[in-house]
Write a protein that binds this ligand. Structure first.
Ligand code: WTA
Length: 574
């Protein structure tokens, strides 16, 4: 590692919000940021007010907040319109007795209604739980049950995956696009919105009050509900300014769904706290649609993921030439390692640097990044955000010297840090066991110039197309299939998706390993858990490697798969 000499791409931008990284890092103080937001005077806050209503109150109500487009809709909303819509939904929730601290889930495809509902729920002080539309019944039930959700906003189609009768705490099901007779607990979102008042008494909350619950995967057990609080907005505001480099006249496109943390932190809060316009694309889209979106909305700042850039790279250089992308000023990436090769390709076809940054659901906001004003080493995640101290530590929490691989750790606390794992205080404590550090679960090293380089996950969590998938959740689903005796699941390196999910399966007596069975098992996970969790590859084995205590040894499966030495097998059963 230490031998490596890294290429450097110099600063391309001529104007940017953070003038000089070293100076910003040396002089930064979070307390100064708070003064730029209106709540510093009252002590009470609501991030939905700061993100939407504040712009109406300061004379920018007619500015476009949202461009929404999918195959059938093409709409725009000003800050004043979003204020009115979210106020209406806040009033609807109040009418049904939903109160501060209640968990309100949102399970629907991206649409203007999703954003109005989410903002409305936040305005009355509820904790929102956004769920990705691909989740199937089991995944939906686990999350609603764990959170004790009392309301959900969904569509008639997705409602089929919400087992209302098995969720005693769930009282209200708001249906967007409801038609015909409504069953008990069902409420027509559209009819209620029509009648609701546009004036809402916002619930002013404390900075430590709950805002959003994002469920994320670990290597063992069920998904964890990561709780963030309103205070996180300090970080969303400042990273929106210095990492996204947003100004109020920018048109920003974050391609992530609000079911994942990027889609709330930077699909909602980051851009709107800066008063910028946000572009939301719904549905599935082709490489042509990607470039068409950039061109049509004159996108200036574009935040996406390595898997998308690799997909676009695969679509070819000629396609780029068919579009006018001259509005694009700044490009960013998150979610998995951004290959140096992709950065070089971006320079070639877009004439722009793609700025990688690193963070996690648990950190709530960006932590390590490349900044427009800082020379870039392609392949590096960049340097810690001002106000954030990042380090590489050993398993006892000692900081390691440059160019030594170890645990990527952040000194706790910081404004957007998670405040709780819902119903699981022990799990929360695990992250903070080596005081004063938060241990990320990623390994990395820091070079002699202070740039951080991602090396891998320390646990078995799989990152496929930027989505975290816990191997245990997939294995648990697999063994529910009648043909499956045992299953071990690993991430297998893949040029497009980063990793794909591969399952090793031992069959029960009487089942034959056929292609039909493979298809059937994949479908079983797809419909039982989520499409993105279904193994792309399945390999049958007579037996799986296990420890004497019966744990499947995923590391051995991985070594087999990659043709690497299997390492210490002393704990393996015969
Ligand atoms: C990985 C997404 C390499 C990492 C915001 C982390 C990255 C996990 C990067 C969090 C990056 C995220 N380079 N790896 N720039 N960004 N990761 O919770 O393993 O969905 O721990 O949050 O994605 O994924 P999560």
């Amino acid at each position: 590692m230490s031998e490596k000499t890294h290429e450097l791409i110099g600063v391309l931008a001529t104007q940017y919000n953070m003038k000089d990284y070293d100076e910003a890092y040396a002089t930064f103080d979070w307390a100064e940021v708070e003064k730029e937001l209106s709540w510093s005077t009252t002590g009470k806050i609501n991030v939905a007010y700061e993100a939407i209503d504040r712009h109406v109150d300061t004379g920018r109500g007619d500015h476009i907040a949202l461009y929404y487009s999918d195959a059938t809709r093409d709409e725009k909303y000003t800050f004043a319109e979003l204020k009115a819509l979210s106020n209406k939904f806040g009033n609807v929730l109040k009418k049904y007795g939903v109160k501060k601290g209640d968990r309100v889930f949102i399970f629907m495809p991206r649409s203007p209604e999703l954003y109005a509902a989410l903002l409305g729920a936040v305005k009355i002080g509820a904790i929102v739980g956004p769920l990705f539309e691909a989740f199937m019944e089991g995944a939906v039930r686990d999350r609603l049950e764990d959170a004790g959700a009392i309301a959900i906003v969904t569509t008639p189609k997705l409602q089929q995956r919400v087992p209302v009768s098995e969720l005693p705490e769930l009282q209200h099901v708001f249906l967007v696009g409801a038609e015909g007779e409504l069953a008990p607990k069902e409420i027509s979102f559209d009819a209620e919105m029509k009648d609701a008042s546009e004036d809402l008494e916002i619930e002013w909350v404390d900075r430590e009050d709950g805002l959003v619950l994002h469920y994320t995967s670990g290597s063992t057990g069920k998904p964890k509900g990561v709780l963030h609080v309103h205070n996180a907005m300090i970080q969303h505001y400042q990273t929106g300014k210095w990492i996204l480099d947003l100004r109020p006249d920018d048109v920003f496109w974050c391609t992530a769904d609000p079911g994942w943390v990027t889609g709330t932190a930077y699909g909602i809060w980051g851009p709107w706290l800066q008063g910028a316009t946000s572009v939301i694309r719904g549905g599935r889209f082709t490489p042509e649609d990607w470039y068409d979106t950039l061109q049509r909305f004159n996108v200036t700042v574009w935040y996406s993921a390595p898997t998308a850039f690799r997909m676009l790279m695969g679509a070819g250089d000629d396609l780029v030439k068919k579009f006018d992308l001259s509005s694009v000023r700044h490009i960013l990436s998150v979610g998995e390692p951004l290959n140096a090769e992709v950065v070089r390709w971006g320079m070639k076809v877009y004439g722009k640097r793609i700025h990688d940054n690193w963070w996690m659901t648990e950190t709530g906001g960006q932590m390590i990044s490349n900044y427009p004003s800082m020379p870039m080493k392609p392949g590096s995640m960049g340097k810690p955000f001002p106000g954030i101290y990042a380090a590489i530590v050993d398993n006892e929490g000692n900081e390691l010297p440059p160019n030594t691989m170890g645990n990527l750790a952040i000194r706790a606390p910081w404004p957007s840090m998670m405040r709780k794992i819902w119903n699981n205080p022990a799990k929360y404590e695990e992250y903070f066991g080596l005081k004063p550090w938060y241990i990320s679960g990623d390994s990395a090293y820091k070079d002699e110039d202070g740039y951080f380089w991602f090396q891998g996950r320390i646990d078995d969590v799989i990152n496929t197309s930027g989505e975290r998938v816990g191997p245990f959740e997939v294995e648990s689903k697999l063994v529910e299939h009648p043909a499956v005796a045992e299953a071990g699941v690993i991430g297998k390196p893949d040029p497009l998706r980063g990793e794909v999910i591969k399952a090793f399966i031992a069959l029960r007596e009487g089942y034959e390993p056929t292609d039909e069975l493979i298809a059937e098992i994949r479908e079983f996970v797809k419909t039982g858990l989520a499409a993105h969790a279904a193994p792309r590859e399945i390999e049958f084995r007579d037996k799986l490697p296990k420890t004497r205590s019966g744990k499947i040894m995923r590391r051995v499966l991985k070594a087999w798969e990659l043709g690497l030495p299997t390492g210490d097998l002393s704990t393996m059963e015969d």
